[in-house]
Design a binder for this molecule. Structure first.
Ligand SMILES: *Cc1c(COP(=O)(O)O)cnc(C)c1O
Length: 453
């Protein structure tokens, strides 16, 4: 009798140098494979065997949401950029020439959206903490130096410049020590959010060094929640099942929860198909048993999830598996934005159509939300005030906490895809604009940084 053992896949990554070895590539046309190479020289590209073998429906790969989530295609560059890169690659094998062309194109793809970094990097004793962003009073973002890659890259990723060497974070030496010191001096900060890349890419012995300081009873920070932003459940759930170190991670998570700190996975799921495999369901069950929470978030993306039924199904499936829907984001204005973007009015339409189809348990989700320079701005909807059609919005988070939860208005614009496209209604400025300008001016004065946007 043939016994089929339960196979435990070993992580195997594919990038430009070896993706042609993926057996399923035989289904693509040569021009599609060539397009992966051309676009993949400009935007980051990496995929792994779990995504390929368990998530993508290869019979319909062209319309498959996960295929579009990880594999580049010709439309992800504007025609002139695609032609330019194709031409260069046809003419030369010279790495430097190809790199120069790629760099020139990248500069047109808004690699530094909203000048975030300059405004958000905090200091301690005159030293800049480059792996830290402190934009909202209660929550500090931390980019651990060993967590700056992912199990697979998303074609829409707004952090793409980090992965092509454009926005490399210059990490401080002794980064954890400085972070803890900063948090001790900032008692208003209750939350630390580990982000990346993906912190769950780290080896256990590296990862635990970032967490353990918060378990030390002598630490004087006011950290009450540790969050981990991760795509690992979507891209490599074996991390928590039968990877060698899976149990060590689960034990550490349990220890954090037992110490009285709230531990939350901020899990990126972009499509309900990512919640259906036995591996992801088992990983979620094991993680939940440690007492950690799983909250979920995703941007709204054309070609991947621009459909209210997909969102309703995704939220319901998440709640069924004991995850908490958290944010629906608007795709940021960077990278292949023209391919993924959805007008704000359509984003709101998809949100409310999905929201109307689910029970209150799923309605912990908030959106559609733009992470813009002044803060996280939620589109509440389209309304008529007097005879004027307007967008109603509010801050979910603000650079100034006092901006949060005040409704404000913009002129209706059916083409607008980002906050910058909107014009104030009933006034010549949005209520926060003068204050935001003053914050910039102060920062420029303090540091003589270049003024961005
Ligand atoms: C979204 C975000 C946070 C977390 O905000 P919450 O509303 O607490 O989830 C923190 N810092 C930055 C820069 C963010 O964009």
């Amino acid at each position: 009798m043939l016994v089929i053992s339960e196979t435990k896949p070993t992580y195997k990554a594919y990038a430009l140098n070896n993706f042609r070895n993926i057996p399923q590539m035989g289904r693509l046309s040569e021009s599609e494979r060539r397009a992966i190479e051309i676009v993949g020289h400009v935007l980051p590209f990496k995929v792994n065997n779990y995504v390929i073998d368990e998530l993508i429906d290869w019979d319909n790969y062209r319309d498959d949401p996960i295929f579009n989530l990880v594999f580049p295609n010709e439309q992800m560059l504007r025609p002139e950029h695609f032609a330019e890169m194709a031409q260069t690659m046809k003419q030369t094998d010279d790495r430097n020439a190809i790199r120069d062309t790629a760099h020139g194109i990248r500069l047109h793809l808004n690699p530094h959206p909203a000048g975030q970094v300059e405004l958000n990097v905090p200091e301690i004793d005159g030293v800049k903490l480059m792996g830290v962003q402190h934009k909202y009073r209660e929550t500090v973002l931390f980019f651990p130096s060993s967590g700056q890659t992912c199990h697979s890259y998303c074609t829409f990723c707004f952090r793409w410049p980090q992965f092509v060497g454009m926005n490399e974070i210059k990490f401080a030496m002794r980064e954890t020590e400085l972070l803890v010191k900063y948090l001790e001096q900032h008692q208003e900060t209750t939350d630390i959010l580990f982000t990346g890349g993906d912190p769950m890419i780290m080896k256990f012995d590296v990862f635990r060094q970032y967490i353990e300081p918060f378990l030390d009873k002598n630490n004087k920070t006011n950290i009450q929640s540790i969050r981990i932003g991760t795509k690992s459940l979507g891209f490599w759930p074996y991390k928590f099942i039968d990877d060698e170190e899976a149990d060590k991670y689960l034990q550490l998570f349990e220890q954090v929860v037992k110490s009285g700190i709230n531990l939350a996975f901020m899990a990126h799921f972009n499509h309900p198909n990512e919640l259906r495999t036995p591996a992801v369901q088992k990983a979620i069950r094991r993680l939940r048993r440690t007492g950690l929470q799983i909250r979920t978030q995703s941007p709204l993306l054309r070609h991947i999830n621009d459909d209210p039924l997909a969102w309703a199904e995704m939220w319901r499936e998440q709640v069924n598996q004991n995850c908490i829907p958290y944010y629906m984001f608007v795709a940021r204005d960077t990278g292949a934005k023209h391919y993924f973007e959805v007008p704000l009015v359509r984003a709101w339409d998809i949100f409310r159509n999905a929201y109307q189809r689910v029970s209150g348990l799923c309605r912990t989700v908030r959106g559609p939300s733009m992470s813009a320079t002044p803060g996280k701005v939620q589109i509440l909807g389209v309304a008529e005030v007097g005879a004027q059609k307007v967008f109603t919005m509010r801050f979910l988070q603000g650079r100034n906490p006092d901006w949060v939860a005040r409704p404000f208005f913009a002129k209706y614009d059916e083409k607008a895809t980002w906050l910058d496209d909107l014009k104030p209604a009933f006034s010549d400025k949005f209520f926060y604009e003068d204050e935001l300008q003053a914050m910039y001016a102060q920062k420029v004065k303090d540091e003589q940084i270049p003024v961005l946007g």
